[in-house]
Design a protein around this ligand. Structure first.
Ligand code: T5A
Ligand code: NA
Length: 208
């Protein structure tokens, strides 16, 4: 039987990294993140370097070009994800295609255009959306120098995530209140995953 593929999404500072690490321990899962393979991690790819440089505002890119790089960063990880899941190992993933869509839509690109490059990636068994108000998120640890870390941008991102939620099949998108304590949120995330049916087939469904 293949492993479970669980994605954790949310605004900047919603607590994704904290919860991915907790959930990965609880499920004996491999923790991964997007954007991945960036210079701050042990393995670096050319695409990861370009994304990092853009996020820390050392380079400028056309909105569509950076959108496609984020997607390409997922495609370059696809085989690794599939191999891991097919070996029976669970994966908990910090951000995925939904962040790609939400952040680019928030900049004004069309929903359909933003969705297209990620069509066909492995579909998560469930996406847990850590829901936190923009105001609460901005109080956590303080926004730094990274692109997108502003209240006006995060408000648009939150609206875009709400649109994605409406577009998701029943049961594939679960909203968890991220304003509670770390332990409470962790317990709720774990219960979401424990209540999932075991994956019925070895093959993964394509996203969208
Ligand atoms: N992006 C990403 C795109 O535009 N397109 C894409 O396709 C993708 C994949 C990088 C940026 O890239 C964009 C989105 C992002 O702007 P990132 O590297 O994941 O994304 O960076 P962030 O989301 O900014 O990661 P953060 O580390 O800021 O947020 P997390 O992971 O949500 O939050 P976390 O766990 O680090 O916690 C933040 C702070 O809150 C505290 C923590 O201790 C920490 O200080 N905290 C809590 N405090 C109170 N109660 C709780 N329950 C708490 N949980 C955590
Ligand atoms: Na994070």
């Amino acid at each position: 039987m293949r492993g479970l593929f669980v994605v954790v999404e949310g605004l900047d500072r919603a607590g994704k990294s904290t919860q991915v690490s907790r959930l990965a321990s609880a499920l004996d899962a491999k923790a991964i993140k997007f954007p991945g393979n960036i210079p701050r991690e042990d393995r670096t790819t050319a695409i990861g370097k370009m994304i990092d440089s853009y996020l820390v505002q050392q380079s400028e890119l056309d909105d569509r070009a950076i959108h496609l790089l984020f997607s390409a960063n997922r495609w370059e990880a696809r085989q690794g994800i599939v191999t891991c899941l097919e070996s029976g190992k669970n994966i908990v993933c910090d951000r995925y295609a939904f962040s790609g869509i939400a952040y680019s839509c928030a900049k004004g690109l069309s929903y359909q255009w933003c969705k297209a490059p990620d069509v066909g990636l492995p579909e998560p068994d469930v996406t847990i959306f850590l829901d936190l108000s923009v105001e609460e998120a901005s109080r956590r640890g303080g926004y730094g120098e990274e692109r997108y870390e502003s209240v006006s941008m995060q408000s648009k991102v939150r609206e875009a995530f709400a649109q994605i939620r409406k577009d998701m099949p029943q049961g594939k998108w679960v909203v968890v209140d991220a304003g509670k304590s770390v332990d409470e949120v962790a317990a709720e995330c774990e219960s979401v995953v424990r209540s999932l049916a075991k994956p019925s087939s070895a093959s993964l469904a394509p996203l969208f």
